[in-house]
Design a protein around this ligand. Sequence first.
Ligand code: IPD
Length: 298
Amino acid sequence: MEFVCRAKMNGLWVSKAIMADVWQSSMDHAVAVARKAGEMVRGALKDDRTVMTKSSAVDLVTQTDQKVEQLIIQSVKEKFPTHRFIGEESVAAGESCNLTDDPTWIIDPIDGTTNFVHAFPFVAVSIGFSVNKQVEFGVVYSCLEDKMFTARRGRGAFCNGEPLQVSEQTDIHQAIVATEFGSSRDPTAVDHIFRSLRNILCLPVHGVRGAGTAAINMCLVASGCAEAYYEIGIHVWDVAAGSLIVSEAGGVLLDVDGGDVDLMSRRIVAANNRTIAERIVKEIESFTLQRDDAPLQS
Ligand code: IPD
């Protein structure tokens, strides 16, 4: 949609065409509902100790994950009845995980469920929104820190309204690299993870960190506090929002084999620039995980 606005410049009236953002109201809604969801998470932090498991004994879920996802989906359905959803807990309950061209809300109600269970203080509500399989906006609410990270495709990334910019570091030896061990305890997968970690640590890098949530790790890259984040085993709901926040802050996304990232592939490298991303890629031993976390290939 195009609007024409008239403004006076140097005493002359000029007309300017302004493109309205068709997804602005969806994004506003995402921010509002993420904040509400965050309140619910904070409120439940001390009380919800009903821990259930999903794909493995360490893939945890709580009633709060389920309630928060219902809250988000319900409120979006009321406002945008034609939109589709991929939600972590809905998929766990048997819904399909297909990314189509339709406007789709990609939701992780609590990214960092293990942190939540232990009151380890990094927990995020992550909402990505994609159209034609392209993420249009991403919202990550780090609810215990009260930091609202947002990005709109082509319009930059922000934390609590302040613009984000990735680090300018190009020397891997001066980098902080974030990663996670994920929720597979299959010994073959764990061996791959440890060999990659060893390779990267011994480059050497300044340090390796992990916040316990993919979404917050990616926001740390977007904020310039870490140069890179990589993980094999994540799902689209862990990274949809964060991926746009990183790229809108000036960063790059790659597959762990160095190709283009595919948000459905369960693998990602997010870095401040291509030099760092490609250096990380060189050190990663790639492997593939199925939905049930069984390793498919080396
Ligand atoms: C998990 C977190 C964790 C990552 C796992 C994810 P969840 O998400 O992002 O950091 O290592 O791969 O599954 O289960 O807490 O939403």
